[in-house]
Write a protein that binds this ligand. Structure first.
Ligand code: UGA
Length: 444
């Protein structure tokens, strides 16, 4: 069996590597970070992801996965390479391709002296045109070989979600193949046919630019659903007794809409949705088209975290000097990831009003300490966090917060004021027993 190399061991790379390894594909993982390579080779996961620890350990123990720092070695010793490096955005919102370019150069250099045919699959999120106008020319330049002859390239976006990454890789809704040539698409489809055995998901084959665009459009559509529901939540809040969760449930039953991604809250965060929407807006503007709808999606999201700060002000009179407990910091449950998390804006907003902020998160405290330093206090349990607080704000919907009862707040807080930023509590019960406000819940 041909070996596979995975170039870049971030979320996508590492989860792809262990998923292939779990199906007995021999994998060489590559990363420039020597500490990360060492950790993975010891079977320890450098990121927090459900199911990863166990699968990684099994992959390393069974020698299906081995990692190195040398990209050339990995390319020479494999038949197919996945490029899974990050594409962060620069302050001017353009996509930073430095990692993609550098790995393409290493692939090219390695292919110079390789006799056998090699297949390159770009998985990193890149703007339309990047694979054909940037990646392929770099590989051709450094290898001295032509794409379509000595090697081939496909663009193959990844749709995994943090927190369910491995499950998503093993059961994707579809596979998108942006092929440079029919031969390259056939080869990649055949690899996936082996991987999924008799359960190959629907495959859409197209050109690389369309495939690159699909990745952005998918995330932008999800972001649009969230900002749409948050807009409706903000309207509901002004209508006595209206409740956005019932509205979401009702419209979600329309099969044309679907119930997924209609949860109102404080907005979307994470390393993908915010970045991708910004990138598509700026890409489109450069092409001469102003994407008003996408800009509105982003604007709604920027303002949404402050809704809970305003609610706190409304319920407490003013929040200066008041102790506010923030439950949840990660950008969503089951991750320790704080990248573009809405909690950052919530905490900033509270500190700006001179509130005393105490925070708790089941997984993200270590990352939060690096970010907020001594500007906030860190609790080691949810109950400790709410103790003696004047107000508690739910920012991330971790299951352990859902399990809290009204009495947990009433017994411990100085004043039992709860603001549900993620709609995890029963408004009827909470409104009856304590002072309660929630995103998208109209007040009398
Ligand atoms: C997202 C996409 O869902 C993946 O398909 C994609 O592969 C990934 O980005 C990527 O481009 O790498 P992820 O960033 O892991 O995945 O997170 P999501 O589960 O999409 O959640 C994003 C944000 O939206 C979170 O802050 C979450 O709290 C928020 N959200 C989600 C809502 O506010 N309401 C919802 O109904 C759903």
């Amino acid at each position: 069996m041909k070996k596979i190399s995975i170039l870049g061991l971030g979320y996508v790379g590492l989860c792809t590597a262990v998923s292939f390894a779990s199906k007995r594909f021999k994998i060489i993982g590559v990363d420039v970070n020597s500490e990360k390579v060492k950790m993975i080779n010891e079977g320890k996961a450098p990121i927090y992801e459900s199911g990863l620890d166990e699968l990684l350990k099994r992959s390393v123990d069974s020698q299906m996965l081995h990692c190195a720092e040398d990209c050339g070695y990995a390319v020479r010793n494999s038949g197919i390479s996945f490029i899974t490096v990050g594409t962060p955005y620069r302050p001017d919102v353009s996509i930073d391709l430095k990692y993609v370019k550098s790995v393409a150069k290493s692939v090219g250099n390695a292919l110079k002296n390789k006799e056998e045919y090699h297949m390159v699959v770009v998985k990193s999120t890149v703007l339309p045109g990047t694979t054909e106008k940037i990646v392929i020319p770099i590989i051709e330049k450094h290898s001295g070989k032509r794409c379509g002859l000595a090697f081939d390239v496909c663009y193959n976006p990844e749709f995994l979600r943090e927190g369910s990454a491995i499950k998503d890789i093993l059961n994707p809704d579809r596979i998108i193949i942006g092929e440079f040539s029919r031969q390259s698409g056939d080869r990649l489809e055949s690899l996936y046919r082996d991987f999924y055995e008799n359960k190959l998901p629907p495959v859409i084959r197209t050109n690389p630019s369309t495939a690159e665009l699909i990745k952005y459009v998918n995330n932008c559509f999800l972001a649009m659903k969230i900002s749409f529901m948050n807009t409706i939540a903000n309207i509901c809040q002004e209508i006595p007794e209206a409740d956005v969760t019932t509205v979401a449930k009702a419209i979600g039953l329309d099969r044309r809409i679907s119930p997924l991604f209609l949860n109102p809250g404080l907005g979307y965060g994470g390393s993908c949705l915010p970045k991708d929407i910004r990138a598509l807006v700026s890409f489109s503007q450069k092409l001469g088209y102003k994407p008003s709808l996408l800009k509105a999606v982003e604007e709604v999201n920027i303002l949404q975290p402050y809704k809970v700060v305003r609610l706190a002000n409304r319920l407490l009179g003013k929040i200066r000097g008041k102790r506010i407990a923030v439950l949840g910091l990660a950008f969503k449950p089951n991750t320790d990831d704080l990248r573009d998390a809405v909690s950052i804006e919530v905490v900033k907003g509270l500190l700006k009003e001179n509130a005393e902020v105490v925070v708790y998160d089941p997984a993200a405290i270590k990352n939060a300490e690096k970010l907020f330093k001594d500007k906030v206090r860190y609790a080691s349990t949810a109950l400790e966090c709410v103790s003696d607080a004047d107000c508690c704000i739910i920012v991330t919907e971790w299951p352990e917060f859902k399990a809290l009862k009204c009495e947990d707040f009433i017994r411990r807080m100085r004043t039992p004021v709860v603001i549900d930023g993620r709609r995890i509590y029963d408004p009827e019960e909470f409104s009856r027993k304590l002072i309660f406000a929630a995103i998208g819940l109209g007040v009398l």
